[in-house]
Design a protein around this ligand. Structure first.
Ligand code: SF4
Length: 184
């Protein structure tokens, strides 16, 4: 596990959106005014809510929404693991594959043909070349990199997110109550 920079005054928080629907991030936004309090405690250094293009070095906590489904996801999650002290699977897609992994029964070529060529409004072959190459199977995050904590739910509700972040920022192990450990 990497150590945080000793000179930092506030933990560096990132949130990442891999193969997911953004519902987990929408739930994060449901923290509402508590986000203001959170931003008094952390520096939000990367994610869909900020404009940083490159994943930074020396991140303390990263919430990873979504499963690993394409080569871009794979590259990013490996970089996240190298640069982050605590990596969390944020939501059921990150934990289990969930909705994102429903395509695992379909060979990738058949999937692309159905979506890009045989759909009622075909998108065209050039689109296939523009999107990142799909992995043969969607993988939950822990099957690609080590994960330090999990936050189940589809999406995780606000109470779970708040309890998890509170524990981590206090330097505690995340111990969610039983009602917060359910899937779906
Ligand atoms: S866990 Fe649910 S809300 Fe989160 S990305 Fe997956 S489908 Fe969307």
């Amino acid at each position: 596990m990497q150590e945080s920079s000793p000179n930092k005054s506030r933990p560096r928080l990132a949130t990442v959106w891999l193969g997911g629907c953004s519902g987990c991030h929408m739930s994060f936004l449901d923290l509402d005014e508590a986000i203001i309090d959170l931003l008094q405690e952390v520096d939000l250094v990367y994610g869909p809510l900020v404009d940083t293009k490159e994943y930074p070095e020396q991140v303390d906590i990263c919430l990873v929404e979504g499963a690993v489904t394409n080569l871009d996801n794979l590259k990013l999650i490996r970089q996240i693991r190298r640069s982050t002290r605590l990596v969390l699977s944020f939501g059921d897609c990150a934990l289990t594959g969930n909705v994102t992994s429903m395509r695992n029964r379909i060979p990738v070529e058949d999937l692309l043909t159905a979506v890009y060529h045989e759909a009622s409004s075909p998108i065209g072959a050039e689109a296939v070349e523009a999107v990142p190459a799909l992995l043969p199977r969607v993988l939950p995050v822990h099957q690609v990199v080590r994960v330090d904590a999990v936050l189940p739910g589809c999406p995780p509700d606000v109470d779970r997110i708040a309890a998890t972040l509170s524990a981590l920022l206090d330097g505690q192990t995340v111990k969610l109550e039983p009602r917060m450990r359910t899937f779906g």
